[in-house]
Design a protein around this ligand. Structure first.
Ligand code: UFG
Length: 344
């Protein structure tokens, strides 16, 4: 299984995964349409790994593009990252989200089935647990979608489960990510959100680097140790290594569809993450505690023991490492992969 197709390989998690795949000896072919990514990420991947990536600019939803790609390469496995991921945007443009996220899954699975390439690692999310009532969350927790983005991931998982039941050649690993943060330790590869960041860490880092005035902390009255919400932040390099681990054990897995939580197993509050970032940055981050954000859960963290046991993978980087590496990237590249002028 030496050649891996990585869809969305120029994106945040995809690009970090490419670095680790290349380092582990896999050949990597990337398809990306740069909808939310930059060609510079692939340049950084090649520079950091010292290896070449075969690249096709294109859309996974486009059948001729995908058929051409599969006719040119003999893929041992596919890692499917390419998707839209903004929750609020998914609520205002649900059809665009379903067409892109579910459409690309259908197209990809059809071409995989036609060509007999039946090993898939899918980029899923802890969002499929909805507003989980019990923490830590293990893979047997009830599944529920609370917005179109989450539903697009849940429907994708269900399509994969149905396909695996119908076609015993398929092995699908569903990796349910908790909250990815951090950057490559070199500071040359990291998250580069377009527009105003939705997520805590990129917003906080843009405040720290002077691009935004202050962080709004959504909710100070949650029933938690400091009143702010709890999440399981995971270093993007640990997450990337989770994909390499999944590929490494694919041969041992029974055919079928298997979910794994990729998280650290430790929850941190918003203020704990802010404090860890302040220690790394060396100065206070201006912030204001405001009302809760609609749809947010109080506390979400993973039970990653299934991934620990079956994938033989474990997150090893702590909150300090996540903040240090994210800050290293953000301070070296205040405007991400764009030199300037600033994006709005
Ligand atoms: N937060 C702030 N201020 C901000 C941004 C976020 O206080 O400017 C808080 C949120 O209220 C939440 C925590 O920081 O308590 C983390 O928020 P993020 O937006 O970073 O992450 P979420 O947990 O809301 O979302 C993540 C993924 C989604 C996924 C969801 C599933 O980003 O893709 O988990 O629960 F759908």
């Amino acid at each position: 299984m030496s050649t891996v197709l990585v869809t969305g390989g120029a994106g945040y998690i995809g690009s970090h995964t490419c670095v680790e795949l290349l380092g582990a000896g896999y050949d990597v072919v990337v398809i990306d349409n740069f909808a939310n990514s930059s060609p510079k990420a692939l340049e950084a991947v090649e520079a950091l790994s010292g290896r070449k990536v075969t690249f096709l600019e294109g859309d996974v939803s486009d059948r001729p593009t995908l058929e051409r790609l599969f006719s040119r390469h003999d893929f041992g496995a596919v890692i499917h990252f390419a998707a839209f991921k903004a929750v609020a945007e998914s609520m205002s443009e649900p059809l665009r989200y379903y067409a892109n996220n579910v459409g690309s899954v259908l197209n990809l699975l059809e071409v995989m089935q036609q060509t007999g390439c039946c090993n898939l690692v899918f980029s899923s999310s802890c969002t499929v647990y909805g507003n989980a009532q019990v923490v830590p969350i293990d893979e047997t927790a009830p599944l529920e979608a609370v917005n179109p983005y989450g539903r697009s991931k849940l429907v994708s998982e269900e399509i994969m489960r149905d396909l695996c039941a119908a076609d015993p050649r398929f092995k699908v690993v569903l990796l349910r990510y908790f909250n990815p943060v951090g950057a490559h330790p070199s500071g040359e590869l990291g998250e580069d959100p377009r527009g105003i960041p939705d997520n805590l860490m990129p917003y906080l880092m843009q405040v720290a680097v002077g691009r935004r005035d202050k962080l709004s902390v959504f909710g100070g009255d949650y029933p938690t140790r400091d009143g702010t919400a709890i999440r399981d932040y995971i270093h993007v390099v640990d997450l990337a290594l989770g994909h390499v681990a999944a590929l490494g054990v694919l041969d041992e897995l029974e055919p079928g569809c298997q979910p794994f939580n990729l998280g650290t197993g430790t929850g941190s509050t918003v203020l704990e993450l802010v404090q860890a970032a302040q220690r790394v940055i060396g100065r206070p981050i201006p912030l204001e505690i405001v009302g809760r954000r609609d749809g947010d859960s109080v506390a979400v963290w993973a039970d990653p023991s299934r991934a620990n046991a079956v994938l033989r993978w474990r997150a090893t980087r702590n909150l300090h490492d996540m903040c240090r590496d994210h800050w290293n990237w953000q301070s070296k590249h205040p405007y991400g992969f764009v030199d300037g002028p600033p994006r709005t």
